[in-house]
Design a protein around this ligand. Sequence first.
Ligand SMILES: Nc1ncnc2c1ncn2[C@@H]1O[C@H](COP(=O)(O)OP(=O)(O)O)[C@@H](O)[C@H]1O
Ligand SMILES: [Mg+2]
Length: 365
Amino acid sequence: MSASIEITNVTKHYGALSVLDDISLSIKAGEFVVFLGPSGCGKSTLLRMIAGLEDVTAGTISVADRRVDTLPPGKRGVAMVFQSYALYPHMTVAQNMSFGLENIGLPKPEIERRVSQAAATLEIAHLLDRKPAKLSGGQRQRVAIGRAIVKEPKAFLFDEPLSNLDAALRGRTRLELAQLHARLGSTMIFVTHDQVEAMTLADRIVIMHNRKIEQIGTPMEIYRRPASRFVAGFVGSPAMNFVPLTSVTSNGGTINIGTSGLGDIHAAFHLPSGFSPDGASLGIRAEDVTVLPAGQTGIALKAEVVERLGDRTLIYGHLSDGTKLTAETDGRSEARGGDTLQIALDTTAIHLFDAAGTAHHSEGD
Ligand SMILES: Nc1ncnc2c1ncn2[C@@H]1O[C@H](COP(=O)(O)OP(=O)(O)O)[C@@H](O)[C@H]1O
Ligand SMILES: [Mg+2]
């Protein structure tokens, strides 16, 4: 069972503090949506307003075409998955999962049916008699999800559920969540500040910043066509490189960009009319910067730190004018800190950002 969720012109104030400003968002039934943004941007507040744990200051929220923002949490048909440390330590796994259902007076056989079905889905049936202290971190997280599943909600709400797990377990649990979503087909909203979790889990990512939604899109739309300089710098690791412009001239479908660090760059690009180089920057990802073989001349990059990741090597350096730039090259690179390397840009992969931070992309990108 899954439901659409409609957020319409929602605003949130805490006293004089304005946290969210006129947020509107339509989530489709069965969709996996991730709220992504830096700490403090209002992700948890928005999720908690959907759950009914916070009031909306203005606006409406509907679940399955029914207005819910005036209903108590238990009547909204959504279930929040809390972090695993919120399990009751003195109760067994089965008791932890059935507790909420006993509270609402569900008959015992129905509770047992739901708990055993959820335990089977999560592959924790053999753990039902254990107390949380005797479980691994990953098992505890699955019990926390089980507590939500037994409520048979129309939508699951997750607030950074993986942040307390170690790196290997985080990766595994992320995969299990994706499988669970495929199996249940439920609507899921997942809050995180981790762009890797967002990229790997989401059907669509909602990027939040400065009390607003900055962009909504599929992971690859957001990666390839970020709407703003903020999004471009926030999604992708290493972060996109930004180089200030000194001039730009447009001639039909091509442009000449002047920069002090990269020199002049010629690219196929439809520049919007009135685009000013003042305060504008060129953006390019490290993977679109090539380190040229020895003997070839391109743009000089002085390497400061070389990070070897096995399959690839990241070169953190600076251009002749001091602008920082990161290049990605293959894992067998012999570059070392202090070397001056020669690089080239893939000019089909450049982005331009105006002074207000609005993005413009190459044709076909
Ligand atoms: N109960 C509260 N009272 C006052 N301010 C709050 C309260 N809860 C959150 N805030 C503020 O609202 C903003 C958004 O918080 P939050 O939604 O928790 O951000 P996020 O989950 O994106 O890190 C922050 O500035 C935070 O300090
Ligand atoms: Mg939060």
